[in-house]
Design a protein around this ligand. Structure first.
Ligand code: HH2
Length: 260
């Protein structure tokens, strides 16, 4: 899954693709580079980010979603807001990616009524404050129990869990130790009855492990994490650097005999 951030303030590429033309050109490049899916977002959720209202978010991404929905790959919309979800589906998106786990009033209903696919992520707290002091007794058990409860709620609302991916939410209210414990438990998340999405691309955890403070210098570390996640059963890896990830994945899949 290639990331298209149409934002002025995303942590690694804020402001680079914040016009329709630049965002669409970037999406086209990601597809050439090997992306099978695109994730379009108009609100940064980096630690400390300020929330934006639904109209502002939609003004950023509406035209982009309409344009990239014609490029031949499924498009997901990265939003927590039911109104933005509905408009994005009308504009051609087919996957709802909610870092808030469809907890906003009305979000689960949009997912259920539309029949769209969904990505349900765990987040402790909210982006503005989530990294201030994340605390868990047992991070893997708590994240797993949250995701299981969300899958149950969705199933009750009539959503087919075969159409869902769970996501532990790397960096969303988690320390490096929390993130590593979750990454090591990917097989456990993969056994929940939905797919698994892992999003660690260029994140602070990669910086902490490699010593790279500049997000754009975290490509190699991010690729290693993506390969590890895939080897543990993640079906989708959400990445900024599609070409690097796709090349590494092709070699690894061939070497491991999974693709001849
Ligand atoms: N991470 C980010 C945004 N959306 N969605 C899912 N499902 N999983 C993630 O890990 C995830 C996500 C944050 O990364 P990015 O989009 O690059 O930055 P920003 O939120 O600053 O726009």
């Amino acid at each position: 899954m290639g990331i298209v951030n149409v934002t002025p303030d995303s942590f690694s590429d804020g402001g680079r693709y914040d016009s329709v033309e630049r965002a669409v050109a970037h999406a086209e490049q990601l597809i050439k580079d090997g992306a099978d899916l695109l994730d379009v977002g108009g609100e940064s959720t980096r630690p400390g980010a300020q929330a934006v209202d639904a109209d502002t978010e939609w003004a950023r991404i509406g035209e982009v979603i309409r344009a990239v929905s014609n490029l031949g790959v499924p498009v997901s919309v990265d939003t927590m807001k039911p109104m933005v979800m509905e408009k994005a589906l009308e504009a051609g998106a087919s996957i709802l990616n909610d870092v808030n786990g469809f907890r906003a009033e009305g979000a689960l209903e949009v997912l259920a009524a539309s029949g769209a696919k969904g990505i349900v992520m765990h987040m402790q707290g909210e982006p503005r404050t989530m990294q201030s002091n994340p605390v868990y007794q047992d991070v893997v058990a708590e994240v797993a129990s949250f995701l299981t409860a969300r899958l149950e709620a969705m199933s009750k609302a009539g959503v087919n869990t075969q159409q869902l991916w769970v996501d532990p939410g790397f960096g969303f209210g988690k320390t490096l130790e929390h993130n590593l414990a979750l990454l090591r438990s990917t097989t456990q998340f993969a056994a929940m009855g939905a797919g698994v999405l892992v999003g660690v691309s260029r994140k602070r955890m990669i910086g902490e492990l490699t010593g790279q403070s500049d997000a754009s210098a975290r490509v190699h570390g991010s690729v290693a994490a993506a390969l590890f996640a895939a080897s543990q059963g993640a079906q989708i890896v959400r990445v900024h650097d599609v070409r690097a990830t796709a090349d590494a994945m092709a070699v690894w899949l061939a070497a491991s005999g999974e693709i001849q």
